[in-house]
Ligand binder design. Structure first.
Ligand SMILES: [Zn+2]
Length: 467
């Protein structure tokens, strides 16, 4: 199933849920046949307790409760009285620095023995030592049966819910014999978001100003790095258009951003468009004709770098006389990840004279690439190891004959260095047959979604966060 299927699947699911909700919210003289009526008919009169431990997440209990409660109160108000309150008290606690789960539960008011029992249950699915500062817990207690409301005392621990992230939580709930534990996954509401605009300075700054989050812009730069030399090919007045997923919680608050589904750059009149698509289980970005954006070799195998020295004759910064520079230099902060420019096998990874820490990758019978002056190598990178395109192989440094942190990058064709920026790169995969037909279908869906998605409001200042 493609990410698409999932998105539209969720969409359908949400429509279904909404449809179910409508009758419950509607008038009481037209009750839905088999939704709200069940607890009313089957349960004995008494306080309505949220159905804990019946596979409902805390969140869904919360959202259903008001609707469910309304019906029984109306029908059997005689036995409940106007001052009806559920007999469970929920307390929200936040993990602080130095907290253990025991400390958090004790702070919430749990008795030590009960806290211990619930922690033991939680420990079967979650490492209780892996608490993060700011993580939220919901701790529920039974209220004492005497509802005179005189003391602030609470009763026994009923449940503990640890929120792992915006989608997942773990709940330990009291049973007759102790605590049961379950993990709840709450699907988030996926929406589409579109950021569109003109490039006035860099793509990064302009896209940020258009409301596109930094992480998304970095991914876009990555996607287009096969085709675009971001140092030289971006001009004022060029345009971008980006469609990506944004997940929201029940209250409509944005929780996280998802995949980029489409991105286009219009550079000096040339349109580059890329669509996310999954073929044979592999995610990739394809142009409108179904050709992968991935080329055999990357032009710039380091993120966020500045081209600091081109290929060709130059006065050598250390030796002081004119030499032929047979590679390109990218200035980048020390420690920046250096990527394998293409799939291949590491031929050499080690100290190599003036090159300092050096990696050479053999890609095929024709091409090899070289990375020099590295600070260090990525784990597992040594001669004979297979590497994938984009995989980190080492980190920018200044070892060997070097004046400051930079990557010296060479491309060898048939044993001789060539200018990486002038390389006519062979194209990557091209979709055919059924994959192509599926892709073209998918492309139409995305084109429609793009047309229907309003663009994000512009931010007053670039760099301002969205959330
Ligand atoms: Zn160099």
């Amino acid at each position: 199933m493609t990410a698409y299927g999932i998105i539209f699947g969720l969409g359908v699911l949400m429509v279904a849920v909404t449809a179910l909700d409508l009758p419950a919210l509607g008038s009481a003289n037209d009750p839905p046949r088999d939704f709200v009526a069940v607890p009313d008919a089957d349960s004995p009169p008494g306080p309505v307790v949220p159905p804990e431990g019946e596979g409902e997440s805390a969140a869904s209990v919360e959202s259903i409760e008001p609707e469910m409660a309304a019906v029984p109160t109306a029908v059997s108000s005689g036995s409940l009285g106007p001052d009806f309150e559920p007999d469970v008290e929920e307390r929200r606690v936040t993990v602080r620095r130095g907290d253990t789960l025991m400390k958090v539960l004790r702070r919430a008011g749990a008795e030590r023995g009960e806290a211990h029992a619930s922690i033991t249950a939680i420990g079967t699915v979650l490492d209780p030592r892996r608490l993060k500062i700011g993580q939220k817990l919901t701790v529920s207690f039974r209220r004492p049966a005497s509802a005179d409301g005189t003391s602030g005392k609470i009763g026994e621990l009923v449940s503990v819910t640890v929120e792992i992230d915006s989608e997942r939580s773990v709940t330990a709930s009291r049973t007759e014999s102790g605590f049961d534990v379950r993990e709840t996954v709450r699907p988030l509401d996926s929406t589409l978001v579109r950021g569109e605009g003109r490039i006035d300075d860099s793509l990064f700054v302009s896209a940020r100003r258009a409301g596109v989050p930094a992480r998304v812009v970095m991914d876009i730069i990555h996607m287009f790095s096969w085709d675009v030399d971001f140092q030289r090919e971006i001009r004022r007045g060029d345009r971008f258009d980006i469609l990506f997923e944004r997940f929201r919680d029940d209250d409509g608050r944005p929780v996280k951003d998802g995949d980029i589904l489409f991105a286009s750059l219009s550079l000096s009149g040339a349109d580059l468009q890329l669509y996310r698509f999954v073929a044979d289980g592999v995610v990739d970005y394809y142009d409108p004709k179904g050709r992968s954006a991935r080329k055999a070799l990357m032009k710039t195998p380091v993120d966020g770098a500045r081209l600091s020295s081109r290929y060709g004759k130059r006065r050598h910064p250390i030796l002081g006389y004119t030499t032929m520079h047979r590679g390109v230099d990218f200035a980048a902060p020390r420690g920046t990840s250096v990527m394998a420019a293409g799939d291949g096998v590491v031929e050499r990874a080690g100290r190599y004279g003036a090159y300092g820490n050096y990696v050479r990758i053999r890609h095929n019978g024709t091409y090899k690439t070289v990375y020099a002056h590295l600070k260090s190598y990525a784990r597992g990178v040594r001669s004979g190891k297979r590497v994938r395109q984009g995989q980190t192989i080492g980190y920018v440094g200044s070892t060997g004959r070097s004046t400051g942190p930079h990557l010296h990058y060479e491309v060898h064709r048939d044993g001789r260095q060539v200018n990486p920026l002038r390389l006519k790169l062979p194209t990557g995969r091209k979709l055919k047959g059924r994959d192509l037909a599926r892709f073209l279908d998918h492309k139409t869906t995305i084109d429609v979604a793009l047309a229907e998605t309003p663009t994000l409001p512009r931010l007053a200042r670039a760099g301002a966060g969205e959330e």
